[in-house]
Design a protein around this ligand. Structure first.
Ligand code: OOG
Ligand code: NI
Length: 447
């Protein structure tokens, strides 16, 4: 038997299947895709230099397929099984995000591909949050939530069989891969039937809307899928024309010459009909839409500056005023590729130009790439940020939880507990970007 199907192929098929399913479940997502595609096309037409840059950095092809999704799970077993499921698709847990600081009783990681080629092919990511039942204040409610969660299995029996089979065989045949994609999709489907009666739902909901969302349904429904835009301000401005009401503030850094990290905005959760046990009809809102614009990955030094300026800027009630205020604050953050590189604020991928190839003998390991860049022998391209931002994520969570800022004690931030539940450590995103930069320098003969 030949296990010839690659993780990249499975991830690609899965992300397409997920997108098709979500388009059926949440029609506004389809509208959003059209809006983002239109804006991206216009940006590329009006900006041939950006078009060329993206094409050279192999970013253009992935732009139209690039999505991230988000899910929330209730138990360590669910989380560790997701780790196995995403591993089949070449997705590893990267980063740890403690959302309890923002009053959301979860902590999270992002499953995503990590190597250059896989990212280039399809960087599908899933922001995955684990409920922290210890943050449920009422002891009896906490026990109730745990008991409900202990009874469910969010994976189909066949999905679990296929996971075992994959791990034993070390791969899938084409038929197994396509069956796996269909089976895995079931975990992320929306279910109209809640697993609990209305009173239980209501009690959990009163503790925190998110707790009800995690505990009361048979699966971990995908709660949004996010396309990547090249101009988030434009999409935000156009959303109302397309019948979509965006959240007030765009999260993340301000608009820049060299886009930094990640900017995000979302639109409100849907009220969806739910059938509770005992046939009681009600509604639940969990699913929403989101868009993002990605920029360069920052080094720890750059990230520290970003975090400081963002904290100093605070938040606002009006997007235009807030963006203007951010612009002012971020004047302290260099805004050219040269300065970002020279000051060690951001990561870059280096490539030899054909002329550079012809002069390989003229430079060697340890040489400064800058003069070679000036001579046209080397080009440096910003490395795209592939991860998430905890402050932004908190803003997105909150806007979709009805803006109720539930500040609460956050107990001990517990990366260790998260990793134990996950069954492995999360990868360090800075180390991954650093390694990508070093690999590119090595290919140029500069390391
Ligand atoms: C995840 C919210 C965070 C992002 O892109 O930062 C997020 C959730 O609501 O489950 O989606
Ligand atoms: Ni998101």
């Amino acid at each position: 038997m030949a296990y010839t199907i690659t993780a990249d192929e499975i991830r690609e098929a899965f992300s397409q299947a997920m997108s098709a399913m979500y388009q059926q479940e949440v029609p506004q997502y389809g509208t959003l895709l059209e809006l983002v595609a239109d804006v991206n096309l216009a940006v590329l037409e009006n900006n041939p230099k950006l078009h060329e840059q993206l094409a050279n950095a192999d970013e253009l092809a992935r732009l139209n397929v690039e999505r991230h999704g988000a899910i929330r799970v209730g138990t360590p077993l669910e989380l560790s099984t997701l780790r196995r499921l995403f591993a089949v698709m070449g997705m590893q847990p990267v980063g740890y995000y403690d959302l309890s600081e923002a009053g959301v009783p979860v902590h999270s990681t992002a499953f995503r591909p990590v190597d250059d080629e896989a990212l280039c092919r399809n960087p599908f990511r899933v922001f995955t949050s684990l409920l922290r039942p210890e943050l449920i204040e009422s002891e009896s409610l906490r026990q109730r939530a745990k008991a409900i969660l202990a009874k469910r299995s969010i994976f189909t029996p066949r999905c679990l069989e296929l996971l075992d089979c994959f791990e034993q065989q070390g791969g899938f045949t084409a038929a197994q891969a396509s069956e796996f994609v269909q089976q895995a999709l079931e975990t992320f489907r929306w279910h109209q039937h809640a697993t609990v009666d209305y009173d239980t739902y209501h009690a959990l909901h009163s503790e925190h809307r998110l707790i009800a969302d995690v505990v009361c349904f048979p699966g971990c429904h995908i709660n949004h899928l996010t396309p990547r835009t090249l101009d988030i301000d434009r999409v935000q401005a156009l959303m109302p024309e397309y019948g979509i009401e965006p959240k007030v503030l765009i999260e993340g850094p301000p608009r820049r010459e060299v886009p930094l990290l990640l900017r995000q905005t979302s639109f409100k959760a849907l009220e969806e009909p739910v059938l509770f046990a005992g046939e009681h009809r009600g509604t639940h809102s969990a699913r929403f839409g989101e868009i993002e614009q990605r920029g360069v990955a920052l080094t720890p030094k750059g990230r520290a500056l970003y975090d400081r300026l963002l904290a100093e800027a605070g938040t606002g009630k009006d997007n235009l005023i807030h963006q203007h205020h951010l612009q002012e604050k971020f004047k302290a953050f260099p805004d050219s590729e040269l300065l970002l590189r020279r000051q060690g604020l951001a990561y870059f991928r280096y490539r030899l130009t054909p002329t550079g190839e012809g002069h390989r003998h003229a430079f060697g390991p340890g040489d400064d790439p800058q003069p070679l860049i000036e001579r046209g022998w080397v080009v440096a391209q910003p490395i795209t940020y592939e991860d998430f931002l905890p402050v932004s994520a908190a803003g997105i969570f909150q806007s979709n939880l009805g803006n109720e800022t539930q500040q609460r004690q956050h107990g001990n931030a517990s990366r260790e507990a998260f990793e134990q539940a996950l069954g492995c450590s999360v990868l360090d995103e800075f180390a991954l970007y650093q390694a990508a930069e070093v690999r590119s320098l090595r290919r140029c003969g500069l390391v």
